[in-house]
Structures are given as structure tokens and as C-alpha cells.
Design a protein around this ligand. Structure first.
Ligand code: FAD
Length: 494
């Protein structure tokens, strides 16, 4: 028996899985359908602008440090990190802007200014969030999620009450805070996890600890610097990365994967790791009787949102914007309802603007600005050029009004991106942007499993399986699957 491992897909999960396995002595090849690695975190350059295509918030810096640390490296070997202060701004209206400070004392003062007496509640809230974060990171996220029994040790059981798994995030926040703006500040991070605060367990206030205590960071040069670092490390460990190699089939006679067929080649494999979207690997690349789940199962999952994105090059400096800007000047609950409860194009969407050129001169020509606009949307909506343009006009009008300046006539580059692109570029189920939502019934061992039940040497990793959506969880998912493979196949293969 050989020791060849094929990894399908080169996002954070695929790169992490491949590198960990190569480090343990396997011969690893990544097959990537696109012309560059990085998946949703790819980058493109045009007219002197450098656009990160997906993630822009660098949270949980220790997850990245620990990843590079596994190989005796540190993030600073690959990129320079800067902590942002303010971490971000929230526009509630014209001249009604909350700047969320990096320093905790300034944060307490901010809370007091919105709701007298609330800083002591914030202390309590963040202490609880810290506890959940630490238990989550130490006891949960590195578990493969094969079964409930992984979580049945006494320490974890004892902590279940304090983890507030069965209490919704919305009531947890509302017990301590009354001010609507503070509530929105504390509830927005769970939207990243793909569900409303009403449907997200209060466990996930751990995201507030990540946000408000651990801080918002930025790798100079852009988020793609993380991918460049991971690719350099993967290659150093001997991983082969082949781009423009879209996988069409996993060949698995007799419950054993033997090769992977791409558009123009066939690659032998002793183990296969599906690091592309789980639904695509499961439903499109293997034959019906060997799939882990049915199409009906997938249809019942709650997907995290999709997004309408605009990448804009602007030929002047845009006053007022910070690096990260959330526009919460319309009704938060109505937009959440139109994403999760009654999926439709939103009537009055909230949106997000990233302006990395405020921190990093390298991402835009001198005197110009690099803007990334994002509207979170329900997955599976019909998406066409006319609808995209309608929403562009709508949010541009608000952006101009709320920041008090003309921006539209200064746009010298514009590209949109939505459901159809997520499907074409990543085979994203229902055009999702962030994978599978972290609802209570899609948490831990209730997520789609890492291992195929009928093909013994086929594994899955990435944002649709454990531990969940987002860059840090995807990075962890790759490490978890590598450990599982090594546990199961080490003696057989090496
Ligand atoms: C717009 C946007 C904004 C986001 N913002 C943030 C943020 O600010 N912070 C954060 O932490 N997270 C953010 N996320 C989420 C984060 O980017 C993802 O959770 C993470 O990148 C997913 O990594 P992955 O490895 O699971 O999947 P992917 O990055 O999708 O990688 C899968 C790879 O598989 C490849 N592939 C698919 N099919 C095949 C095939 N048949 N053959 C070969 N290759 C194939 C794809 O091309 C892709 O490269 C954002 C995501 C999006 C889309």
C-alpha cells in the first residue's frame, strides 16, 4: 500500500489538512479547480488595486499563531499583523456613528455613554464569553464530532450549564442590556455564524469575546497574505498544489477510493480528502449509494447566508470611513427575517463596507481608495445583473448620504459578485458564502460528519462540517481531519 493523499480544494481547510498530513510523512497533492489557491479567500489585482475576494475580518489571532506554530513557525515569518483601533465603526444614521475601540477601558466608557450602568454588565458578559471561548477552544473545536460521547466527559458535562447551549443569544443579551444600539453591537457577530440571534445558542457569545477582547487585526498586504503564507509552508512540507484541476469523480469500487478523476487527468489515491464544499463532494463526485447524505437531508440544512459583493476602485479618498464599517441604519430584525425566516431579496438591507486602503497603502494607487461592499442575503435567491444594479444604486445612495459626499462619480473600477459566482467558482450549495449555519441542531456532533460511512478512506473538511464557518474554524477543520486520517490509516499506509 502507498501513502498518497489527494486533497480536493485549496481553501484554508484543504491547505491546513494537506500541510499537516505532509508533515506526518504522507505524499500529498492538492487538486484545485480555480487558477489560484485560496478558495473564498482568493485575491485579484486590477488597475493598481488589490482586492481580497472574501474574508476581511481577522479574528482569533492565536488560532493562526498556533497553526504556524505546529511547524515551528510564526505568523510574522509570513506577514505583519496590525491591530485596528477603532476595531470598526457602526453607522446607525448620519452623524450617529459608534466607533468600537480596541482598548477595554475605552469600551466600558463607550457602553456607559449609551446606557449608564452598562459597563458592569459588560464586564460580566465578557467574563462569561471568555469562559465559553476557552472551553470551546480547549474542549470542543478540535473534536472530530463523530459522536455525542466525545462530549460526555465530566468536565465538559459540568460546564454545559455555564455554556448556555440551550438559551438563545437574543435573550442572553437582552437580560443585561436595554439600549438597542448596544444590543445590535453584541448581536452582529453571530450573524457571521449564519443564523438569527434568536436561533443561535448563547454559547456563541464567545464570538463577542473574540471581537471585543481579542480584537480585530489585519495582515498588511491583505487577507490573501495568510493564504500565501500557508501555500509557502505547504510547499516547504512537500505538498504539490495543482490548479485548474477540477475534480469530476472520486472512483471508489468496493467501498474504497482508489483514484480521483479531473477534467484532464486521473490521480491515484490511498486516501481522499474532500475540502471543497461538502454538498458538492458528497452529491456530485461520488455515486448515489455511497453518498453520506441524501439531497433531501441537504435541503433541510440551514445554510449560512450568501452575499452580494461589490469590489470598487475609487479615484479619491473617502472621508469618514474606517477600515471596517457596518451600516445598521435600517431595521436589523427585518433584514435578518428576510435572510433566515422568509428568504427574499431584502427591502431595506443592512450592509458592510471594508476600506482596507485606510490601513494599507499597498492595496490602492496613491490618493485612491479600495472599497469592498457586502450585503448579506438568503442563499438560493435568483440573481441577475438588473437586481445587482438595483441594490448597488440603493446602497450607494445611502453610503453617500451617511458619509456626506459624492462617491459614485469617482468609481473607476467596479465588479459585482453573488450567488451565481459562488456556484460557478466554488460549487457552493445554494450559492452560500459562509457554509453551514451554527444553529443548535447543527452544532458539534450534529454537523455533517468528517468521514464517509461507506467509503472507508474518504474524508470531508471545511466550513460545512466541524467546527463550522469562518476562517479560524476552517483552519481548525483541516487540522482535525488530518489527525483523524493519521489515526485511522497510519499503520496501513506508512
Ligand atoms: C464574502 C465572504 C466574506 C467572508 N468574511 C469572513 C471574515 O471576514 N472572516 C472570517 O473568518 N470568515 C469570513 N468568511 C468565511 C471564510 O472565508 C470561509 O469560512 C473559509 O474561507 C472557508 O474555507 P474552506 O477551506 O472551507 O472553503 P473554500 O475557501 O471554499 O475552499 C474550497 C476550495 O475547493 C475548490 N473546489 C470546489 N469544487 C472543486 C472541485 N470539484 N475540484 C477541485 N477543487 C474544487 C474551490 O475552488 C475552493 O478553492 C467570508 C466568506 C465570504 C465568501
Amino acid at each position: 500500500m502507498g501513502k498518497k493523499i489527494i486533497v480536493i480544494g485549496s481553501g484554508f481547510a484543504g491547505l491546513a489538512a494537506a500541510t499537516c498530513l505532509a508533515d506526518r510523512g504522507y505524499e500529498v497533492t492538492i487538486l484545485e479547480k480555480n487558477d489560484m489557491p485560496g478558495g473564498r479567500a482568493r485575491q485579484f489585482k486590477t488597475q493598481g488595486f488589490t482586492f481580497d475576494m472574501g474574508p476581511s475580518w481577522y479574528w482569533m489571532p492565536e488560532v493562526f499563531e498556533e497553526y504556524f506554530g505546529l511547524f515551528g513557525k510564526q505568523t510574522s515569518d509570513y506577514y505583519d499583523l496590525k491591530r485596528l483601533d477603532p476595531s470598526y465603526s457602526i453607522y446607525f444614521g448620519k452623524d450617529d456613528i459608534m466607533k468600537v475601540p480596541a482598548k477595554v477601558e475605552d469600551l466600558y466608557a463607550l457602553f456607559e455613554s449609551y446606557e449608564p450602568g452598562s459597563s458592569k454588565h459588560l464586564k460580566k458578559f465578557l467574563a462569561e464569553a471568555k469562559y465559553k471561548y476557552e472551553v470551546g477552544m480547549n474542549e470542543f473545536v478540535f473534536k472530530p464530532g463523530h459522536s455525542i460521547f466525545e462530549f460526555a466527559d465530566l468536565r465538559v458535562l459540568r460546564s454545559l450549564f455555564r455554556l448556555q447551549l440551550f438559551q438563545p443569544m437574543s435573550s442572553h443579551v437582552r437580560k443585561l442590556f436595554k439600549n438597542k444600539k448596544l444590543i445590535q453591537l453584541l448581536e452582529f457577530p453571530v450573524l457571521f455564524l449564519g443564523a438569527t440571534p434568536q436561533n443561535t445558542p448563547a454559547l456563541y457569545s464567545l464570538m463577542n469575546y473574540a471581537d471585543l477582547s481579542l480584537g480585530t487585526w489585519y495582515p498588511m498586504g491583505g487577507m490573501f497574505k495568510i493564504i500565501e503564507g500557508m501555500v509557502a509552508l505547504a510547499k516547504e512540507k512537500g505538498v504539490k498544489i495543482l490548479t485548474n484541476q477540477e475534480v469530476k469523480q472520486i472512483v471508489a469500487p468496493n467501498g474504497h477510493a482508489t483514484s480521483v478523476v479531473t477534467i484532464d487527468n486521473e490521480y491515484e489515491a490511498d486516501v481522499v480528502v474532500g475540502a471543497a464544499d461538502y454538498h458538492h463532494v458528497d452529491q456530485d463526485l461520488i455515486e448515489q449509494p455511497k453518498r453520506n447524505y441524501t439531497e433531501a437531508y441537504w435541503d433541510k440544512r440551514t445554510m449560512a447566508p450568501s452575499s452580494l459583493l461589490f469590489y470598487l476602485g475609487v479615484d479619491k479618498k473617502v472621508a469618514g470611513l474606517k477600515h471596517h464599517n457596518l451600516f445598521f441604519d435600517e431595521d436589523f430584525e427585518q433584514h435578518a427575517n428576510e435572510i433566515y425566516e422568509n428568504p427574499q431579496w431584502p427591502s431595506k438591507p443592512l450592509f458592510y463596507v471594508c476600506c482596507p486602503s485606510k490601513t494599507d497603502a499597498s492595496v490602492a494607487p496613491e490618493g485612491m481608495e479600495n472599497l469592498f461592499l457586502l450585503i448579506p442575503l438568503a442563499p438560493d435567491l435568483k440573481d441577475d445583473e438588473a437586481t445587482r444594479e438595483k441594490y448597488f444604486q440603493l446602497i450607494m445612495e445611502r453610503l453617500e448620504r451617511l458619509t456626506g459626499q459624492d462617491i459614485a462619480s469617482h468609481i473607476i473600477y467596479k465588479k459585482s459578485y453573488a450567488h451565481t459566482d459562488f456556484k460557478n467558482d466554488y460549487h457552493a450549495y445554494k450559492g452560500n458564502a459562509y457554509g453551514l449555519a451554527n444553529t443548535l441542531f447543527q452544532t458539534a456532533f450534529l454537523k455533517p460528519k468528517l468521514k464517509n460511512k461507506k467509503i472507508k478512506n474518504l474524508y470531508y473538511t471545511g466550513q460545512l462540517t466541524t467546527p463550522g464557518p469562518g476562517v479560524p474554524p476552517s483552519l481548525i477543520s483541516g487540522q482535525v481531519v488530518a489527525t483523524e486520517i493519521d489515526k485511522q490509516h497510519h499503520t496501513q499506509i506508512l
